[in-house]
Write a protein that binds this ligand. Sequence first.
Ligand SMILES: Cc1ncc(C[n+]2csc(CCOP(=O)(O)OP(=O)(O)O)c2C)c(N)n1
Length: 175
Amino acid sequence: MPPSKTAKDAAVTAPANSVGDVPVSMYRDLYTGMYLIRQCEEQLNSIFAKNLFPGYIHSYLGQEACAVGVCSALRKDDCIVSTHRGRGHYLAKGMALKPMMAEMFGKATGIGGGRGGEMHAADPALGILGGNGIVAAAYRTRPAPPTRRCSTAVTGSAWPFLGMARAIKARFTKP
Ligand SMILES: Cc1ncc(C[n+]2csc(CCOP(=O)(O)OP(=O)(O)O)c2C)c(N)n1
């Protein structure tokens, strides 16, 4: 008769529920988020290379961890302000893939009805205040308090994404 499993064997074979203090499910969610962005970017790059994309692509390839890592620490009512490479940020903050992609192609079914296009998708309800082609403009953008014209109450904090250009060239001052 084979010997029954020892406690040591069980510890080796049983999948761990956490690594340190971090649950495995969180690693899985982070990886899934990064994988989705990577797939999306690779597809778009390939479409662009075939000259089938209406306009230019500002690729987010290779920066997936930045978007997913930051957004995983945010609350739903926190806001992000993006850059000229916004897709990873949009997806990581919860924008659905289909309306996001439709927006990239300027379609009416896009999140902004196709009017924002590749650089300017936004969804205030998700705290996504949009992309921006001006280097470091996100740094000075923050949600206004609710007014009669704009009743979206922003209760969380606002987080700008910045590229190296801002980090290298400028001082960080209070907006
Ligand atoms: C205020 C301003 N100055 C210059 C430019 C021209 N410009 C477009 S992209 C870019 C570089 C941006 O670098 P970085 O923020 O590090 O992002 P990366 O494209 O390298 O990911 C510059 C200088 C601009 N868009 N806005």
